[in-house]
Design a protein around this ligand. Structure first.
Ligand code: CS8
Ligand code: FAD
Length: 392
């Protein structure tokens, strides 16, 4: 049985068309030439990858799901997934900085007026800037409905107070902020705002020192009496929760694609090493115990990619893809964590060494099971679809 595919027709195909192949070539070459050589150094210094972001912007590899009307390439989700995977192959810290920007844009793409899109998406496509999706708070991560940041209407303005925890927050030009506008209305009392980062009252905290993806920028941000004009409400008052969720339908497949990139990188590094390293008179790949580890890594990467492409394809076909987006995010995150861990095993002791690529992949992988909805939350979403699909 298939879910949500009834109105999309055509043969099943994993072949890329000419445009998709060109996008794959461009982003793969970009990752190999611009990201791979500097990834270890960026990890060590934890420097925000501005130089790469500027080049990615110039190459058309940022803001990829922004429509042509607002200066973007207006790519489909399958094309965006191909790009994300290749960037993630290079360095998932860099990919997270780029994808978090796409995440901030997603609620606008889904629900903002033409004027807001012109103003805030237009500037992103014109200039290499980044934005930040400010939803999570110290007291509310998985439970978005429990956020406490308040927006109170005063005349034709809103005044926002609260604390958020988000990516790109130290470098953002603007924030997507989800805030409570009617505490008595549950999820229908939340509203999305676009807030210029230079508005008085916004203070980014110190950069968090994370386990991995260390060149990406995660910070607490406080909003104290931040005044936002009425026209910066995205969609309608009370629609914010749905905007925040619909954004994930675009970005969870792309985060999952980044995880596939990491899983693929671990597979390639481990397979090369296993052909060179010799023990007991032969290359370790010729020991079945090692070869089977590589086989499992290959299956992980392929299966995760297939789910990513399916979740992307369902969205491109104009259907709701939340079920598949969560499957892709869940499966690809696990594939990344498993492949990085198995990759260290294939390298042996040197896999534990900071001079070797596997150690960074191992640290970088874990976050995929946490951000953009933990693996438990993806299971929650998938399981909530099941009764409607398979009624008793
Ligand atoms: O709270 C939801 C959830 O998704 N939690 C996880 C939060 C999360 O993912 N946070 C990530 C923050 S961003 C981040 O980490 C970025 S990392 C850096 C960038 C990475 C780049 C590499 C939940 C737990 C799934 C659901 O919460 P509930 O409170 O139980 O709400 P529901 O009852 O499910 O839904 C309420 C209404 O909303 C509607 N809804 C929900 N989802 C959707 C989608 N589309 C449209 N509508 C949606 N996807 C739902 O239908 C309900 O509407 P009704 O009209 O009431 O029926
Ligand atoms: P909690 O919600 O406290 O969960 C703790 C544990 O309980 C987890 O294992 C979780 O899976 C489990 N759990 C919780 N509820 C349930 C349940 N109902 N059923 C089963 N298990 C459950 N947020 C943003 O808004 N924007 C960003 O750009 C952003 N970037 C981030 C970057 C990094 C590097 C990190 C670490 C976080 C970022 N976040 C961002 C926040 C991220 O989305 C949250 O950390 C994540 O959603 C989990 O929330 P939490 O940390 O509060 O964990």
């Amino acid at each position: 049985r298939h879910y949500a595919t009834s109105s999309a027709s055509g043969p099943v195909s994993f072949g890329l068309d000419d445009d998709q192949r060109a996008i794959d070539d461009l982003s793969r070459t970009f990752a190999q030439e611009k990201i791979v050589p500097v990834a270890a150094e960026l990890d060590r210094t934890m420097e925000y990858p501005w130089a790469i972001l500027k080049e990615a912007h110039a190459a058309g590899l940022m803001n990829t799901h922004v429509a042509e009307e607002y200066g973007g390439p207006g790519l489909g989700m399958v094309e965006c997934s191909i790009i994300s995977e290749n960037l993630g192959f290079g360095c998932t810290g860099v990919q997270t900085a780029i994808e978090a920007n796409g995440l901030a844009e997603a609620p606008l793409i889904v629900g903002a007026s033409h004027e807001l899109k012109m103003k805030y998406l237009g500037r992103m496509t014109e200039t290499p800037l980044v934005a930040s999706y400010a939803v999570t708070e110290p007291g509310a991560g998985s439970d978005v409905a429990a956020i406490k940041t308040k927006a109170v209407k005063e005349g034709d303005k809103w005044v926002i107070n609260g604390t958020k925890m988000c990516t790109n927050s130290g470098h953002a030009n603007w924030f997507f902020v989800l805030a409570v506008t009617d505490p008595s209305a549950g999820v229908k009392g939340l509203t999305g705002f676009v807030v210029d980062a230079d508005t008085p009252g916004i203070t980014p905290g110190r950069k968090e020192i994370n386990m991995g993806q260390r060149c990406s920028d995660t910070r607490m941000v406080t909003f104290q009496d931040v005044v936002v004009p009425q026209e910066n409400v995205i969609g309608a008052v009370g629609e914010g929760f749905k905007l925040a969720m619909k954004a994930f339908d675009i970005t969870r497949p792309l985060v999952a694609a980044g995880a596939v990139g990491l899983a693929q990188r671990a597979l390639e590094e481990a397979t090369k090493y296993a052909q060179e390293r010799k023990t007991m008179g032969k290359a370790i790949i010729d020991h079945q115990g090692v070869a089977f580890m590589l086989a499992d890594m290959a299956v992980n990467a392929e299966a995760a990619r297939a789910l990513v492409w399916k979740s992307a394809w369902v969205k491109d076909a104009g259907q709701r893809n939340s079920y598949y987006a969560s499957m892709a995010k869940l499966y690809a995150s696990r594939a990344a964590v498993e492949n990085a861990s198995t990759g260290v095993q294939v390298f042996g002791g040197i896999g534990f060494n900071t001079e070797m690529p596997m150690e960074k992949l191992f640290r970088d992988s874990k976050i995929f099971e946490l951000y953009e909805g933990t693996s438990q939350i993806q299971r929650l979403i998938i399981s909530r679809h099941l009764p409607a699909l398979y009624p008793a």
